[in-house]
Design a protein around this ligand. Sequence first.
Ligand SMILES: Cc1ncc(COP(=O)(O)O)c(C=O)c1O
Length: 392
Amino acid sequence: MNDSLMRVYFDYNATTPLAVEVLDAVVAATRDRFGNASSVHYFGQQAKAVLDDARSAVATLVNADPSEVVFTSGGTESDNFAIRGAADALEPAGRRHLVACAIEHEAVLNTLKALGRRGWRTSLVPVDQTGIVSPDRVRDLLADDTALVSVMHANNEIGTIQPIAEIARLAHERGALVHTDAVQSVGKVPVDVRALGVDLLSLSGHKFNGPKGAGVLWVRRGTRVQPILTGGKHERNRRAGTENVPAIAGLGVAARLAIDKIATEGARVATLRDRLEAGILGSVPGTAVNGTPSMRVPNTSNISFDRVEAESLLIALDLEGIAVSTGSACSSGTLEPSHVLRAMGFPAHRTQNSLRFSLGLFSTEEEVDRVVEVLPRLVEKLRGLTKKTVPA
Ligand SMILES: Cc1ncc(COP(=O)(O)O)c(C=O)c1O
């Protein structure tokens, strides 16, 4: 590894570095609050106080009541809990149908597939090249036995924000529950569970400068979901297992930082993202932005580069010290074309020539300018190689 390189991390949608205050809270809780939060004695109560504090911070961040916040191990568990928990709760009422959208994260898509193998009917709402889910298309798929509609709030690859409130209204008219995976929107844009009108919402600490391994499923009071982990009576009988107090302490601090900074940080990061996008589109011919630019989280830009293999460009950028992604972290390294871009109806070459740039708390103008400076040369070089190996 060449460590004289200026390293640029533009992969915040995969994960984020800890904020300094978060790191301090994690260290302090690890050292001083080691008790089991279920224990009656002083040490247990000290740990429980950390959970209570983090619970109210997360509740404030999404305009919820603290009693509705269930701590989990992260976004994947929260999505599983929402879908499997709602399915188990509603099956006795004869509801055996699940709806999600085609550009969901694998945590949702593969959970639907698993339930499909157990006999559940599942439907995926298609999307077009805007990357926005149409509420009318959701309505077309709803049935009298739909148990749950799960549509993500912001997409992890292209950043588009979905019309969740409208979708929730339509689903509720048919008696279905509504879940939204807000893992990529919480901490980046204001998220208000009441305004969204959903019943269940997933979030994950490591996507907004909190620690990995701590997330939340927000469960609207009165919503029936069965626990997916059985064991002790933790989290008001909703999620068994000793709580990860240090990581949850960090999640709480990350939530407080987001509450304080969301407007200013959102605007700052959007300015950087727009500078990056304008710089790339202006200096590299044959580039285009994927997804509707006006309805996106402020930190994400997904750009296609004509006649360039995205994996090759990713590696070339990495050699220059610049970290980006070809899409969701889980599928990179496999050369699988992005399921999101494919679902949007892009031709095969475009699903394999697109890169995701995602910025965040520590991103700077200098880093943006470095990427814009480096890219034209790398793209030109790769296009030259393609010309030599592929006959016209
Ligand atoms: C939209 C979305 N949902 C769920 C997840 C999974 O979250 P976690 O990594 O906390 O399990 C991710 C992570 O990439 C995501 O982007």
